[in-house]
Design a protein around this ligand. Structure first.
Ligand SMILES: NC(=O)c1ccc[n+]([C@@H]2O[C@H](COP(=O)([O-])OP(=O)(O)OC[C@H]3O[C@@H](n4cnc5c(N)ncnc54)[C@H](OP(=O)(O)O)[C@@H]3O)[C@@H](O)[C@H]2O)c1
Length: 297
């Protein structure tokens, strides 16, 4: 089969489309014929060798965590899913013609493979950090970096839970944030004052890692009401860094429910063929993705 892999850590040019042995579904796993794979910042962070503690790899390594496709092998002990089912979920080396998934759910009706591949990691992350930051219905949540994949999910899930959101994004994404029910303002010079004018803040999420933790602590008045997924300096500010992916086991089921009820939609910014994975990484690393980028197999 074809898969995207890298044999050394480095820039996008270390990615190659290679002929590889097909993986097979071991106990508790399924294999899918991949139709689309989500592009997450973690993919290029691992490619650069940045976060090997959380994501250990053996070189040469495949790329990608999220996939949508058609089940073609069911491992021992797996119930409730059959060959031929359309599923989306998380696994390893998903930028490939076949991939093994460790978590999956049947795709909701009406969702394309391309769209479905954008959900698994961002929904897990959004549910995890909303739980960790402890924000409740009737309260106001500030989201720094609200227009990307995780931000798009956070805004919609928060709206569904009766939480008011103030979101920051670039000028081009202000209407996008408003469309997801948030009060919007731009990041950059003077942003703290702009946020204050939009309302008091009970809790805050740092999704951009843009050096704003001191400001978020000031705006909430309590480092215990701030969570970051992108700034490793968080402990210096008494802020929790959330990095334990997979800690919300029912995230995909919740995603299915929200999507089916029309409460959650992650737009696909752009799709790339498998052979252009490097271009997808270059674009993702530029840091201005709205929703999710997707590799189409
Ligand atoms: N720790 C974890 O468990 C975990 C899980 C998932 C993701 N992450 C990390 O969290 C970050 C966000 O992930 P993602 O998938 O949502 O990324 P993404 O889709 O690439 O989104 C990045 C967003 O950041 C915004 N942005 C860029 N510069 C900014 C600034 N100075 N201030 C505020 N916002 C800014 C951009 O908005 P504009 O386009 O409007 O400028 C863009 O929408 C990444 O660093 C990723 O590695 C961590």
């Amino acid at each position: 089969m074809k898969r995207v892999s890298f044999a050394e850590f480095g820039g996008p040019d270390v990615l190659h489309l290679e002929d590889a042995e097909e993986p097979h579904a071991g106990p508790g796993r399924i294999r899918v014929a991949v139709r689309a794979a989500g592009v997450n910042p973690v993919d290029w962070r691992v490619r650069e060798g940045q976060i090997l503690g959380a994501h250990p790899v053996t070189l040469p390594a495949g790329v990608g965590l999220d996939a949508a496709g058609v089940v073609d092998e069911v491992g021992a002990g797996v119930d409730g899913v059959e060959v031929g089912d359309r599923v989306f979920g998380e696994g390893a080396s998903t930028y490939a013609e076949f991939a093994v998934l460790s978590a999956w759910a049947r795709m909701p009706e009406g969702l394309t493979f391309e769209e479905a591949a954008g959900y698994p990691s961002v929904v897990e992350t959004a549910l995890r950090i909303l739980r960790e930051v402890g924000v409740r219905s009737g309260q106001t949540l500030l989201v720094s970096g609200a227009s990307g994949g995780v931000g798009s999910a956070v805004l919609q899930i928060a709206r569904e839970r009766g939480i008011t959101v103030i979101g920051t994004a670039g000028a081009a994404n202000q209407d996008y944030l408003r469309g997801l029910g948030a009060r919007a303002t731009t990041y950059g010079e003077g942003w703290v004052e702009r946020v204050r004018r939009l309302g008091d803040v009970d809790a805050a999420l740092d999704l951009a890692g843009s050096g704003v933790l001191r400001d978020l602590v000031e705006l909430t008045g309590d480092p215990g009401k701030v969570v970051s997924i992108a700034d490793l300096a968080a402990p210096e500010f008494g802020v929790r860094f959330s990095g334990v992916a997979g800690s919300v086991p029912d995230a995909l089921a919740e995603a299915v429910d929200l999507i089916a009820r029309g409460k959650l939609h992650i737009p696909v910014e752009k799709s790339y063929p498998l052979a252009e994975a490097a271009a997808a990484h270059i674009d993702s690393q530029a840091g201005h993705t709205r929703g999710r980028r997707v590799i189409v197999v």
